[in-house]
Design a protein around this ligand. Structure first.
Ligand code: 1CP
Length: 365
């Protein structure tokens, strides 16, 4: 299937909002919107392994479309079904998805000498070509209903997984590297950054219309360590991706940074090449506007757990959120982190409906 001649886009609300244009209502999508809370996802998962799905373009496409088919015009974007851990795999590490535990690396990096185990030269297009194929297929199958996000993990978050060997409460092993082996840490982060730039450009070439970088573990770092070990690479990614896209005559797509927990870094995340800064629920919208000097579009940020509290609580919290971000636009609604696996899909519907209704009302006033 060709990465050209895609069907025309019928809903470009999120693209216009990302570029700071005044739009008729707040666009909305949900982090991890294709996932375990959907019975139709569980059904497919019964028959296929997680990474098998990621590597099979037809299956990845099918799962990407599930929330779009279910919620119809209530969603304004789709995100390709994949995982941030495909980059460590492309670097040569084994990652397994273990039932009830999540991702597990059987042989994590223990000491900087283990970095020699990583592939020296990664042919990203070859290793991750299955993601590109899934993106191209999905762009055709979406038939222009909504734009498609490509994504990746930020270098710090990926490095942390590669050292911890999976999820972790303290990240003490990964953090120890920062202070004990700072030079080797920078070398590793730089290698991950190079692969990431290549991967993001490839996703746009394949048809991705926006890009999001997930720094899910940013909030585990002190402000000093975030500025030393995460921010420079996040910045390099945006700069190089945009230069490369322009040079290759590809669309210079809007980019979103989600540095979860890094409320202290909002000013630093402004004007480093990202049009959109995604907020977790601990950040007050007014504070975020002030810290970013109103120079970026803000995304977020309802606490995902509100979706367990019943339809009234969802409506009340969603209304307050839309109002707090204000009537001047520059807001893309989402949750403050990924949707949780035990949420009732109808609770999500109430959230989506409320945001669309309230945001259209306040723009009309
Ligand atoms: O619609 C979508 O958003 C689906 C695509 C998607 C995305 C954007 C998946 C599918 N994973 C991700 C990103 C991702 N993966 C992040 C960044 C976002 C975040 O902070 O939540 C992270 C940290 C991961 C790593 C990961 N993969 C975890 C977290 C483990 C931990 O505790 O640290 C888990 C549980 C996974 C598996 C996974 N990825 C995606 C799904 C649907 C699943 C569940 C797998 C299953 O079926 O068992």
């Amino acid at each position: 299937m060709s990465a050209t001649n895609f069907p025309p886009l019928k809903n470009d609300l999120i693209l216009r909002a990302s570029r700071g244009e005044k739009v008729e209502r707040v666009p909305i999508w949900i982090m991890r919107q294709a996932g375990r809370y959907l019975p139709e996802f569980q059904e497919v998962r019964k028959h296929h392994g997680f990474f098998e799905i990621c590597r099979t373009p037809e299956l990845a496409c099918q799962l990407t479309l599930q929330p779009i088919d279910r919620y119809g015009s209530l969603l304004d974007a789709s995100i390709i079904f994949s995982d941030i851990l495909v980059i460590p795999q492309a670097l040569g590490m084994e990652v397994q998805m273990v039932e009830g535990r999540g991702p597990v690396f059987p042989e994590p990096l223990v000491h900087p000498k283990d970095v020699a185990r990583l592939r020296e030269h990664v042919n990203v297009d070859q290793e991750l070509g299955y993601v590109y194929k899934a993106i191209t297929l999905t762009r055709h199958k979406l038939d222009g209903r909504v734009p498609l996000f490509g994504f990746t993990g930020a270098p710090w978050t990926l490095m942390a997984y590669m050292i911890e060997g999976g999820g972790s409460k303290t990240l003490s092993k990964a953090k120890t590297w920062l202070w004990k082996f700072p030079e080797e840490t920078h070398e590793l982060l730089q290698r991950i950054t190079g692969v990431t730039v290549e991967f993001l450009v490839g996703q746009v070439r394949a048809g991705a219309q926006m890009l999001q970088i997930f720094d899910s573990w940013a909030g585990e770092l002190s402000p000093h360590d975030f500025r030393t070990y995460s921010l420079p690479y996040i910045k390099q990614i945006a700069t190089e991706v945009k230069e490369r896209l322009a040079r290759e005559n590809l669309e210079v797509v809007p980019m979103t940074i989600f540095a979860k927990g890094a409320w202290y870094a909002l000013a630093d995340l402004t004007n480093i090449g990202y049009e959109v800064v995604s907020l977790d629920w601990t950040i007050d919208p007014e504070y975020a506007r002030h810290a970013t000097k109103d120079q970026v579009v803000l995304q977020g940020n309802m606490d995902p757990s509100v979706l367990f509290a019943g339809h009234d609580a969802i409506r009340e919290t969603a209304t307050r959120m839309v109002q707090a971000f204000g009537r001047d636009g520059k807001h893309i609604a989402n949750l403050g982190h990924g949707i949780l696996p035990t949420v009732d899909p109808e609770a999500l519907r109430t959230y989506l409906e409320t945001v669309q209704r309230v945001s259209a009302e306040i723009r009309e006033d």
